[in-house]
Ligand binder design. Structure first.
Ligand SMILES: Cc1ncc(COP(=O)(O)O)c(C=O)c1O
Length: 361
């Protein structure tokens, strides 16, 4: 049971800043959202469906599951849809955790893993990272009889770094089958790297692997809250038992069912991201900052002069109407994360960074 005492030790999730008082036309690069809206087809559908919000949504997200299974050639019975992948992370913790259990989360990972684990009274063990990279060997070292779940974001938020498929292959083989492995692939669409594996194959070969995905990033549907996971039938049945009866609203279901099949649009969005990810990195590398090789729709940066420089840079960018993500609540106060925006936004971002570091010298 949750007690107020348990909750006292949990810091609520702080979302990326979205407004600057007194400023209009703000450039929001703080939450890894798509800078583009949903496609024209998706928008048209959203408008039509919004006329029928007096009705409850279809309870099993069946049409959406059809689209997902078609797109990725998956058995639709192995798919579970939810109110954001966030909801799935919470449900997994609710299903598998109780007091005395341990969860392994690599240091510098997405914060919700820790929050949901603690809400469910588990002890969080942070495995060590190597210059922010997940160290699978260190995760293995931390496994004991109490370990129930291992969470891995691949690529990771907030670093954008990923575990390559060779490392992941041998890691998954070494994990006892009684431990649930959550592979969070929220940013999978953005990666074309030959050594990246989104995790679907591990679900086919292992009953203890759950892959989570989201519509909040490439599909530009963050506000509708839509996520899904792929797992073995037993896990799906358990998730179905504990979810709310109408956990995915009808607008999200219909929008997602269209968006996931628009491969051509997705390809263009990926190309935009690839182009600007490379361009921004190239420009930032010329500056006195440490630029990590992030592979998602954001870039992770460390400020060589630490937290005081982070604060100064953030202030400077805010004065140029640019909101980035400072990582204080990740205990990484000397680092920032910047989402790839539109062409115009990216150009302004580069310009503002350059003007800041010109005065820093
Ligand atoms: C790694 C990771 N997992 C999950 C989520 C949550 O996604 P959703 O919007 O589907 O809840 C995010 C959101 O930023 C994320 O970065």
């Amino acid at each position: 049971m949750n007690t107020q005492k348990t909750l006292k030790n949990i810091n609520p999730y702080l979302a990326g800043k979205s407004k600057i008082t007194g400023k209009k036309g703000v450039i929001k690069l703080s939450s890894n959202e798509s800078p583009f809206g949903p496609s024209a087809n998706v928008l048209a559908k959203i408008k039509t469906i919004s006329n029928s919000t007096n009705r409850y949504p279809e309870s099993g997200s069946l049409k959406l599951k059809d689209s997902i299974s078609k797109r990725y050639n998956l058995n639709k019975n192995n798919i579970f849809c939810a109110n954001g992948s966030d909801e799935i992370l919470g449900l997994i913790c609710q299903l598998y955790l109780t007091k005395g259990d341990e969860v392994i989360i690599p240091k510098n990972s997405f914060l919700m893993y820790e929050i949901y684990s603690k809400i469910n009274n588990a002890k969080v063990i942070n495995s060590k990272t190597l210059d922010y990279r997940v160290d699978t060997k260190n995760i293995l070292k931390n496994i004991n009889k109490k370990t129930k779940i291992i969470f891995i974001a691949n690529p990771n938020n907030p670093t954008g770094l990923y575990i390559d498929k060779f490392d992941l292959d041998s890691f998954i083989k070494k994990i006892p089958k009684r431990i649930i492995i959550v592979l969070d692939a929220a940013y999978a669409e953005y990666l074309n790297n030959h050594d990246y594996e989104n995790g679907m194959k591990y679900v086919r070969d292992n009953n203890n692997v759950i892959v989570t995905r989201t519509f909040s990033k490439i599909y530009g549907l963050a506000s509708l809250r839509l996520g899904w996971c792929y797992a073995n039938l037993e896990i799906i049945a358990l998730l179905d038992k504990i979810r709310g009866p109408f956990n995915v609203n009808s607008i999200a279901q219909e929008a997602g069912a269209i968006a996931i099949l628009e491969k051509g649009i997705e390809k263009k969005l990926i190309a935009h991201n690839e182009k600007w990810l490379k361009k921004i990195k190239t420009e930032f590398i010329k500056l006195p900052v440490t630029v990590y090789d992030s592979q998602a729709n954001f870039i992770f940066i460390k400020l060589v002069k630490g937290v005081s420089q982070q604060k100064k840079l953030n202030k400077h960018l805010l004065s140029h109407s640019i909101i980035i993500r400072t990582l204080d609540n990740y205990n990484m106060s000397d680092c920032i994360r910047v989402t790839i925006g539109t062409e115009k936004e990216n150009k302004l971002l580069i310009k503002s960074f350059k003007s800041f570091f010109k005065n820093e010298k």
